[in-house]
Design a protein around this ligand. Structure first.
Ligand SMILES: [Mn+2]
Length: 629
């Protein structure tokens, strides 16, 4: 009996040992794989590593050529690797399947190019976009300013982008003005955010006053903000989006305004970060308005606002605000009734707090010397948990509380069903009574006389018509014209499609045709690096790997290209990070997008044949060999 027991024990000891060894091996293997996948996913483990995707660019784009910025033809040509824009444009190069995965899943989850964001890393320099009249002296500690609590709410934000948002605040805010940063995680469920996020943030950002609140269930942006605000202890609350980069001395002008006017909501100018390329560009000075669908819109400042340079310091009164970024005295925010806690997820809350602030004795002002870059996306990447139209419900609530008889214009405009349930609004109606707020007619007359009220045309003739300010001017400025000839062939990129009403058929694909100087092979490049066929339609990376000509949308990204401007060049798309490639060196072969590294000798190298200066072509070719090295 004992013997059997001993035998059993022996074998069980051996078994345990075996199991342990197997587990250990599995664990080692797993951590190895994990490490590799973390690294290749763009999360650098080495904290000191600087992302320098551009360093290995020449190795990846193997066509012996150097990419050039060429954003401005009048600018002197910089040598390889010298100028800032060059570094930026290369961050999106798709090198392999892993890169492609990061890019594609990033667009799916976040609606921006996560590959570029990963490659930028935690921090980068951005252009100081303030007007020259803005105060630039270093902020003195003796200047008495209130302390700010930054409240940043997010749901399933891209991790590197979130970390960079926080990092820029830490880098560009004097520490004596920053009381704390409060992160409110609205019950994110992306794996990269689920575990150890707070620990990761503390380790990488090294900031002790970073507080992290995770909601037990999805609350939406609106309630999350209030949850964060109630935890804050600073004098001033600063609400920030989670995909931003604050600019030089962004906070001080906001605090100065709030110190002077404690019932004013101070809004920075929201600069543009391109969702495809992360290029940072200044926003024009505009203010917030709305239409009768209660949709926020940007508008020109009233005529005569900007007469002398000093006027560019602002601040400017704004009828509404975009909502993602603003600063407010914390006590005043409480006094004003925070947000409507029965509003769900997203939408309408910015219009609601705008009406409320103005009608109840406060103000909204834009502070042009405070600049915060924001990634503007083409779509909102998430919905409410039950797919409900939260914008409709929220807008109905606010219209019933704040708009008096004018709510009918909204209801008519949006064709709201009569029985749509927007919940109980009695608390908010009581708030309006308690604060003794002005009615909506007062708001329209005193704050937003430019808004066209249906049926009141005649009275508004004197006011300048509100015009949507386009981000990019409509006029195209051509800086170059050429054919794109597949290297070592006489075949050119062409569109073979009939013209419809003077335009090429939109969505037509590209193929190789014998080179001829016919309009369907003539490409005109704009100063924004769009490539326009026959000055009509833009070359566009559409879908996964298709290339078509389409209406120029002026949002750049998938209609923005880079090449070396001479021969044997890759033609690189800024949004996709991939390059033009012909399926075969044959007439009729389709042109699509593929890894840039495959360009060499296999349908991806193009001669950029200038339309004007054909004679110089050969000289160009001989120069290029030196540049390549
Ligand atoms: Mn946003």
């Amino acid at each position: 009996m004992m013997q059997i027991k001993r035998l059993l024990c022996k074998s069980c000891g051996l078994g345990t040992l075996l199991v342990a060894v197997v587990w250990l091996l599995a664990l080692l293997f797993y951590s190895h794989i994990l490490g590799r996948s973390i690294q290749s996913a763009g999360w650098r483990i080495d904290r000191n590593a600087t992302p320098r995707a551009e360093l290995s660019y020449s190795a990846r784009v193997t066509t012996r050529c150097t990419p050039i910025a060429a954003q401005n033809s009048s600018a002197p040509k910089a040598g390889p690797g010298e100028s800032e824009p060059e570094q930026l444009e290369l961050l999106g190069v798709v090198r392999n399947k892993q890169d492609k995965y990061i890019r594609d899943i990033g667009y799916k989850h976040h609606a921006f190019n996560a590959l570029v964001s990963n490659n930028i890393g935690l921090y980068r320099e951005i252009p100081d976009t303030r007007h020259k009249v803005c105060q630039r002296e270093e902020t003195s500690e003796t200047e008495q300013l209130p302390q700010a609590s930054v409240v940043m709410c997010f749901y399933n934000e891209h991790k590197m982008t979130l970390m960079r948002s926080i990092k820029t605040v830490l880098e560009r805010t004097p520490s004596h003005l920053l009381r704390e940063i409060i992160l409110v995680d609205d019950h994110s469920d992306l794996p990269e955010l689920e575990f150890h996020l707070h620990g990761d943030l503390r380790a990488r950002l090294k900031y002790d006053n970073l507080r992290y609140i995770k909601n037990e269930q999805r609350e939406g942006l609106i309630r999350s903000r209030v949850i964060g605000a109630r935890e804050a202890v600073g004098d001033v609350l600063v609400f920030l989006d989670s995909h931003i980069e604050v600019n030089q001395q962004w906070l001080e002008p906001l605090l100065r305004l709030i110190q002077a006017e404690n019932a004013t909501l101070a809004v920075p100018v929201i600069d543009l970060i391109n969702a495809d390329t992360f290029e940072y560009t200044p926003s024009p000075l505009v203010r917030g308005g709305f239409n009768w669908g209660l949709h926020f819109r940007w508008e020109n400042l009233p005529e005569g606002t900007l007469k002398v340079p000093e006027d560019f310091r602002g601040p400017f009164r704004s009828p509404t605000m975009a909502g993602g970024l603003f600063a407010v005295n914390r006590k005043y925010f409480q006094h004003l009734g925070e947000y409507d806690m029965a509003m769900d997820i997203w939408g309408g809350e910015n219009i609601e707090i705008s009406f409320r602030a103005w009608q109840c004795g406060g103000a909204i002002k834009i502070v042009p010397c405070s600049r915060v870059g924001h990634i503007f996306r083409k779509r909102r990447p998430y919905t409410s948990p039950d797919g409900a139209n939260t914008m409709l419900k929220n807008s109905l609530r606010l219209s019933h509380v704040w708009m008096d008889q004018y709510k009918e214009y909204y209801i008519k405009h949006e064709k709201v069903p009569k029985d749509f349930d927007y919940g109980d609004i009695s608390d908010r109606v009581n708030l309006r009574k308690r604060l003794q707020c002005h009615d909506f007619a007062w708001y329209l007359k005193n704050v937003y006389p430019e808004l066209h009220v249906p049926g009141e045309e005649s009275a508004k003739k004197s006011a300048p018509a509100p015009v949507f300010q386009p981000w990019h001017s409509r006029k195209r400025n051509y800086v170059d014209s050429y054919q794109m000839r597949l290297a070592e062939t006489e075949l050119c990129a062409a569109v073979v499609a009939p013209k419809v009403k003077g335009f090429w058929k939109k969505g037509s694909s590209l193929q190789l045709q014998p080179c001829r100087r016919t309009p369907n092979q003539l490409w005109y490049e704009t100063e924004k690096a769009e490539i326009v066929l026959d000055k009509l339609l833009c070359l566009e990376a559409s879908g996964d790997a298709q290339v078509t000509v389409n209406k120029c949308h002026e949002m750049l990204g998938d209609q923005q290209w880079r090449h070396t401007r001479n021969s044997n060049s890759p033609v690189y798309n800024m949004a996709k990070g991939t390059c033009l490639r012909a399926a075969a060196p044959a007439v009729g072969a389709l042109i699509s997008l593929d890894l840039c590294s495959k360009s060499s000798g296999s349908g991806g190298a193009w001669d950029i044949v200038q339309l004007k200066k054909t004679g110089e072509e050969k000289a160009d070719k001989s120069n290029k060999a030196d540049k390549a090295l």
